[in-house]
Design a protein around this ligand. Structure first.
Ligand SMILES: [Zn+2]
Length: 388
């Protein structure tokens, strides 16, 4: 175990040194992972993005014709610009049993543990496969993993369990919210503000859309669709940005909003979107007769589903046993787990080292105790896969 612990720590040092911010290529890190696997005798497949500037990697140890366990992590990290770091974010620094660096918790610590155990497992004969997926562009809307999900059925037998190693302090998590992100583009008709009635104010159109969104939130707050397992127990709708107008004496012709919906898994986000699209259509009908080309258009630019693994799922019991915890948490941040479950029907449990409270912040860290807990978990899982 001490040897494994040191090995995971060394791999983590290497992984953190790749500044894989989502806007940049992750290929250097993927090459490193691929070479590491190759040295251990493990074949891997790369699944590139359209521009071939980023890739997901899939690898598997053990039989191809049996369902095993898929360990899933993302290779990208959030930016460090504007954050006050005590030390270089792309070099692991140890202080008081904690390892500091961008991505230590979210989620290269998990990836390092998965790789260290893979090396150890490679020469063994497995009854069920130990599968790994490391994706790109998770932090910008779970983009990369969608390509893996499309190809997984042709690469391997679908797993009986998928573990998404996002930081949960090694407590099993069964649910997270879904998310829809969209633009609302309001087009008005410009004129001098002294003639305001001759124009159509795009900001006023946007205001009608904001009112509609706020009304939906009120309906939800007074309604019955809630899940008290979540810290925020209801679906939320919110406007994040508003841009419109050029000068006070001009009736603005453009106003653009960005909005998001974070839905609890038992609430269908499409029902809420339908109301917004209806409202946009009605507004457009009302104004475009007098001012052709004006109105409101909505464009969804990203969405991923929520995750809701049943609390009586054997997948949960299995992970609870392996990490010696009875927890069945519900988290407020999204993961790739919702997509794995929705697209492939695979049971998903989110469980990984570190605390989400440290993620995305300056001086992000994971404790060495958490990495060791993750290694214990993966070793127990390995024993199951050998013996199965
Ligand atoms: Zn993450």
């Amino acid at each position: 175990m001490i040897g494994l612990s040191v090995r995971a720590r060394n791999i983590l040092d290497d992984l953190i040194a790749f500044p894989t911010i989502s806007s940049d290529s992750n290929l250097a890190m993927i090459d490193y992972i691929r070479a590491l696997l190759e040295r251990a005798g493990i074949a891997s497949s790369l699944i590139f993005n359209e521009e071939r500037t980023k890739a997901n990697v899939f690898a598997s140890i053990g039989p191809k014709d049996r369902p095993g366990v898929l360990l899933s992590g993302h290779s990208d990290v959030v930016p460090v610009a504007g954050q006050a770091w005590t030390s270089d974010p792309f070099r692991v620094v140890e202080r008081h049993g904690n390892l500091y660096g961008r991505g230590t918790a979210d989620m290269k610590g998990f990836i390092a543990c998965v790789l260290a155990v893979a090396e150890q497992l490679a020469p063994r004969t497995l009854a069920k496969p130990y599968q790994m997926v490391f994706s790109y562009d998770e932090e910008v809307g779970c983009i990369g993993v969608r390509r893996v999900i499309d190809q997984l059925p042709s690469l391997a037998t679908l797993p009986e369990l998928c573990i998404v190693g996002e930081p949960t302090m090694m407590e099993p998590v069964i649910a997270h919210k879904g998310k829809v992100a969209g633009h609302i583009k309001c087009t008005g008709h410009s004129c001098h503000s002294s003639q305001a009635l001759d124009g159509l104010n795009a900001i006023h159109l946007a205001n009608d859309m904001i009112t509609s969104i706020r009304k939906q939130q009120d309906i939800i707050l007074n309604g019955a669709i809630r899940d008290d397992g979540f810290t925020v127990p209801v679906t939320t709708l919110h406007i994040g940005t508003i841009k419109g107008g050029t000068a006070l004496n001009i009736v603005p012709s453009e106003c653009n909003l960005e909005f998001e919906i974070r839905n609890i898994p038992s609430q269908n986000a499409d029902d809420l979107l339908d109301v917004l699209f209806d409202q946009a259509r009605q507004l457009t009908e009302r104004v475009s007769e007098r001012f052709p080309g004006t109105g409101v258009a909505i464009e969804i630019f990203n969405r991923y589903p929520g995750l809701a693994t049943p609390s009586d799922s054997p997948a949960l019991t299995r992970v609870q046993r392996l990490v010696e915890s009875n927890a069945a948490g519900k988290i407020s941040f999204g993961t790739e787990g919702g997509l794995f479950n929705e697209q492939l029907g695979v049971p998903v449990i989110v469980c990984g080292p570190g605390d989400i409270a440290q993620a995305h912040k300056p001086d992000e860290f994971v404790s060495m105790a958490q990495l060791d807990a993750c290694l214990v978990f993966l070793e127990r899982l390995s024993s199951e896969l050998i013996a199965a």
